[in-house]
Design a protein around this ligand. Sequence first.
Ligand SMILES: *Cc1c(COP(=O)(O)O)cnc(C)c1O
Length: 467
Amino acid sequence: MTRTAPLPLSDDDRAAMLNAAKAAVAYRATLDTGDVPPNLRPAALAKGFDATLPAQGKPAATVIDDLVSFAGQGLHGHASPRFFAYVCGGSMPVGAAADFLVTSWGQNSASSFESPSVALMEQTLCQWCLDLLDLPKDSGVGIVSGATVANTQAIITGRDALLARQGWDIAENGLFGAPPIPVIIGEAAHSAPMAGVRYAGLGLGNATRLATDDQGRVLVSALKTALAACENPPLVILQAGQINTGAFDPFAEIIPLVHAAGGWVHVDGAFGLWAHAVPALRDRLAGVAEADSWAVDLHKWLNAPYDAGLCIVRDRAALVSAMSARGAYLPELGETWEPSDSTLELSRRARGVPSYAILQHLGAEGLRAMITRHCDIAADVAQRLAAEPGITIMNDVVLNQVAIACDTDEITTKVLARIQERGRVYPSHGVWQDRQIIRVSIINHATDAADIDLLIAEILDAHRALR
Ligand SMILES: *Cc1c(COP(=O)(O)O)cnc(C)c1O
């Protein structure tokens, strides 16, 4: 019998897949040359863009070739070793390669029975991360799309657990009429956990914002005052790695106080929690492992391709009861890890596999060495810039973030605009202590001494020209 339907892989499909792989390799091979930002700005790019849906389709290989040549004009070098903006991992090639496979395998990764190889690799990834991060080994872990979702899931889980302890069944009764949950969060928190508080129906207006010190660390005295005012057990959200300063909240002092009040402590550790993997940095996060839940990204310091983070909850049953779509009551927490029991999603891609591949490639020592190197580079950047008259480093460089200010906001803004316009390196903007800053994040696996020399030269040249 001959098939009448198209082959699973026609010659055209094969060409499309191979051309895509070739274009991906060519792109990666030139990431350390040329400008970091796109050649064309959004408006210019949109001008030449044909947005009509074709009535008749085109061959797959043609589509891919067109896509490659169009996209090339507007790709930002987010994976470039000279991209220092925000806090963005560079996506290691081995992870990108594993991601091709994930997409090609097309596994629906909701079920360990239906997709056993993926589930085994992903469960192993979760165990490795718990070991590396030095968190309780029997924690529940959900592999989610990033730290925003990880924070949200953890906040929902904490909410449900706090209510369950007070005899309120949220799965059955919802939030209306439930005992109030006081939410306590630092002034210098990231917007992601604050979004989580909104998504969880707890209301940001009800949250107590704690005063912080000049590094963005929550003041213990403020926490004590807030706790004293709580009539119900609170949900307290702390931070490992403030985006401007890299600072850590004083976990060892705060967590026992919250637990004594019957509360739940969640830690947003999107990038900073990775410092716990490095013995020499671990003192900065003393006590963090005593929290109830943690959010951490894989697509930041692990340098995984985007769409990867972990929601980690000490009480695995609480995570499953909050997240399992099968209903809050059923999960028998057996040996098998059911991926979809720990995430909001049912169907999803095998998003843990690229991170598994990266850890296979780096090994524990390689990961520790990369994190250590990034922190050393950040300290070096700060030291070299601080020597320049008119430049102030606004943070204690305890991690990989450097907050740089010039004498006035106007100069800072102009200096950053000039650096971004030239495009050889790409730091980003921030506001810290009511001042405009240039923010440098050292987090790309491929950043080396030459990239840093160029970064320093670009900042100093712009500063000297504009001051
Ligand atoms: C990046 C970041 C987030 C948000 O993570 P996404 O992966 O972008 O969703 C949350 N908190 C902190 C501290 C971050 O740096």
